[in-house]
Design a protein around this ligand. Sequence first.
Ligand code: TRP
Length: 363
Amino acid sequence: MSKETVILTGDRPTGRLHIGHYVGSLKRRVELQNEGDFKQMFVFIADAQALTDNIDNPEKVRQNVIEVALDYLAAGLDPEKITIFIQSQIPELCELSFYFMDLVTVSRLQRNPTVKTEIGMRGFESSIPVGFFTYPVSQAADIAAFRATTVPAGEDQKPMIEQATEIVRRFNYIYGDTLTEPNILLPGNAVCCRLPGTDGKAKMSKSLGNCIYLSETAQEVKKKVMSMYTDPLHIHVEDPGHLEGNTVFTYLDAFCKPEHFDAYWPDYKSLDEVKEHYQRGGLGDMKVKKFLNNILQEELEPMRQRRAEFEKDIPAVYEMLRKGCEQARNVAADTLDQVRRAMKINYFDDAELIAEQSRRFAH
Ligand code: TRP
């Protein structure tokens, strides 16, 4: 990071944010924001992208825009330090996407592994909406319009950033150096990349009902932790337990810090000691779950309190978003001016062009 860095990330508003989002990206964004080592930082709600596969469900997207905004504020994102905005309110993004469409081929888009998986998951094989198919192009426009240098995102976004880089490169090659090539910033801790659901299934996902949401009450969180998937072979306390695929331990890997032992479990000095005892046998799931619950509550409680404060004044949250959109639009509009100039479609602000054409048609 440096004073040249422009950080940009976004989330699709298809549900409230959960602790998978938190450890995977949100927490890091708050740290980056507070380190302040950047020129600009943008975090946006990708409602237009969410609509690409929710076109008949606008109400869902609308409801979740405010949920995600509240989750951002609860997690500690601060509109005084960064720009928070809503994608659809920046028409320049549509315009740039339209020009970018010419810089990518259908077969290149078909090879994008993330889109491939998503098409399968949504049962779109025989009828893919064009907008959905081309969302990597629109995502490239999101990134390029703000001249992002740094895109903090999970492994699954890698193909998107690669695609964006290719498009930017191609643009600069054809039209001259105008846009900035982005880099992905992956999460440091591997377990944080893909936190499994409470049922031990591959990924936390709303449709599987295996999420712990940032906005859930302490009781709800506790209930979910206490019924979490562990080791099906660990039936009696004295049985040896297994760590592989044991969700409680995966979560501990993601959330546990050395100081948690003094605070909540002085019988042990480190997570390795707990793991060792569990594997040997003689340590019950309940004790480990209680420990995890204490850790999660400590992390989530300040967020719940901040959320409750922001929920008291929803019009102020919309006003914050409106201002963010205004700021973001100024930046995107500036980039688009340069894009139009580079592409030679700036007919009315180009005195040289008009003079040249006058000479051409002079008798
Ligand atoms: N694709 C991202 C997601 O599914 C959201 C997104 C849209 C995004 N545009 C972006 C992320 C640009 C980073 C940069 O969550």
